[in-house]
Design a protein around this ligand. Structure first.
Ligand SMILES: N[C@@H](CCC(=O)N[C@@H](CS)C(=O)NCC(=O)O)C(=O)O
Length: 221
């Protein structure tokens, strides 16, 4: 398998975590977003949207959209799972995933920010990104908090963590960690989101997350 990736791409980072989680070997093919390589015809032939990532299977099949790729990974390589068996919990995890991957990340990605900057200025684009990410993380934190168990006296921390949905990592955690790179880049204060910070801290020790981290990628600065 070949993953068309960029080390700092949050969407590619999700798929890298998923591939390492499932223990699947893959070749990383860097596409440099800084030079606009994602819009060049050779890459557009792989992903007509001109976005990272794309996953090319050994038979030449091309998969795009990080969530579609992750769902395909889960369906074809169920173990170790990143979705639990309970349909209600699966629905809640997918809701949190979509709150970030559908309602937050796409409206603060490079193409959108470049367009806002072109129409206004760089400060407005940065403010847009900051506010969009803060709103998305606040919603994600609240969604996680809905699952808190009985209060144990802790004032301001996860009751059931350390992961977003309890003692085991799930697809929700795969989506949270990469989003925090953008949050820090745009100066979002993470203090109000203890459950999200707990997810990131717990995931940082997991081999799949370590192997997928931007700093360990072949195209890292
Ligand atoms: N919904 C898509 C989002 C993909 C996406 O926005 N990728 C970004 C990198 S994180 C990208 O390629 N940006 C390049 C651009 O906007 O020109 C997915 O999850 O795969």
């Amino acid at each position: 398998m070949r993953l068309y990736t960029y080390f700092r791409s949050g969407a590619a980072w999700r798929v890298r975590i998923g591939l390492h989680w499932k223990g699947l070997p893959f070749e990383s093919v860097p596409v440099d977003l800084r030079t606009g390589a994602q819009r060049n015809p050779p890459y557009r032939a792989k992903n007509p949207q001109g976005l990272i990532p794309a996953l090319e299977l050994d038979d030449g099949t091309l998969l795009t959209q990080s969530l579609a790729i992750l769902e395909w990974l889960e369906e074809t390589h169920p173990h170790p799972a990143f979705l639990p068996a309970c349909p209600i919990t699966r629905a809640k995890i997918r809701a949190l995933v979509l709150a970030i991957a559908a309602d937050t990340h796409p409206i603060q990605n490079l193409g959108v920010l470049n367009r806002i900057e072109a129409l206004t200025n760089a400060d407005t684009a940065r403010t847009w990104a900051h506010d969009t990410i803060a709103r998305g993380l606040a919603a994600a934190e609240a969604l996680i908090a809905q699952n808190d168990g009985p209060q144990d006296g802790a004032q301001n921390g996860p009751q059931n963590g350390p992961y977003a949905f309890g003692p085991l990592p799930t697809l929700a955690d795969i989506i949270i960690t990469p989003q925090l790179l953008n949050a820090r880049r745009f100066g979002v204060d993470l203090a109000p989101y203890p459950r999200i910070r707990a997810s990131e801290a717990a995931c940082a020790d997991l081999p799949a997350f370590k192997a997928a981290h931007p700093d360990t990628q072949p195209d890292a600065d």
